[in-house]
Design a protein around this ligand. Structure first.
Ligand SMILES: [Fe+2]
Ligand SMILES: [Fe+2]
Length: 224
């Protein structure tokens, strides 16, 4: 299984070839719930990608991992009498937490950019509404996971595939990002990059890794 690593790649040419790879790859055939979510996001925030719209995306991105973690903790409460089994659940919790933290850094860096650039955001649209959407998305992920985990992983794979393509497309549409330096209070935590373009390419790769993790989980569920 792929593990999330921030070590590589970081250099511009590798990041560019990863961006090419995403842009050449077809998107997944999104399911009903994912398509509805993307439609709603375009409806409320417009089709054009913006820093603020990505922030909304990142607020929502964390919640499937939170819902899986919560279900896993309940499962551990019921299975700790079989420590070997409970430990495997705990390994899964740790992985979900890593992904959740990774999404958290994305959110922090985007918020920092929005503030530095002095982008005005409507309070309801960018503070309240994303939390309402996240609330419903959390419960949807939760219930799907309880009924059939593969459904929840499939929904997340759709979400992450969409995010991966959107970030890589955002870089393509904004050539000025190539020369805009990335300066952040979160460089120590997340990594340093030569430009905003490289940062967004790296975030796009993270989203691909998240997608691959979910797809691997579906495969594992099929063969276990
Ligand atoms: Fe993200
Ligand atoms: Fe993600």
């Amino acid at each position: 299984m792929t593990t999330i690593t921030l070590e590589s790649p970081k250099d511009t040419s590798s990041l560019k070839s990863e961006q090419e790879r995403t842009l050449k790859a077809p998107r997944r055939k999104y399911g009903f719930f994912a398509s509805t979510l993307f439609f709603m996001m375009d409806f409320f925030y417009g089709k054009k990608q913006t820093f603020s719209k990505f922030k909304v995306l990142e607020i929502i991105a964390r919640v499937p991992y939170q819902s899986w973690e919560q279900v896993a903790y309940i499962a551990m409460t019921h299975t700790y009498s079989q420590p070997g089994f409970a430990r495997r659940i705990f390994e899964f919790v740790k992985e979900a937490r890593l992904q959740q933290d990774n999404e958290q850094w994305h959110l922090f860096m985007l918020e920092e950019m929005v503030q530095k650039k002095g982008i005005h955001e409507n309070f309801f649209m960018y503070r309240i509404l994303p939390q309402i959407i996240a609330f419903f998305y959390y419960h949807l992920s939760w219930i799907m996971y309880v009924v059939k985990p593969a459904w929840s992983y499939g929904l997340n794979a759709d979400f992450e595939d969409h995010a991966e393509h959107e970030y890589m497309g955002f870089v393509l549409e904004n050539p000025n990002f190539e020369t805009e330096p990335f300066e952040s209070d979160f460089e120590q935590d997340y990594g340093s990059f030569k430009s905003l373009a490289d940062l967004f390419r790296r975030i796009g790769i993270d989203e691909r890794i998240h997608k691959e993790e979910s797809l691997a989980r579906i495969e594992n569920a099929r063969f276990s």
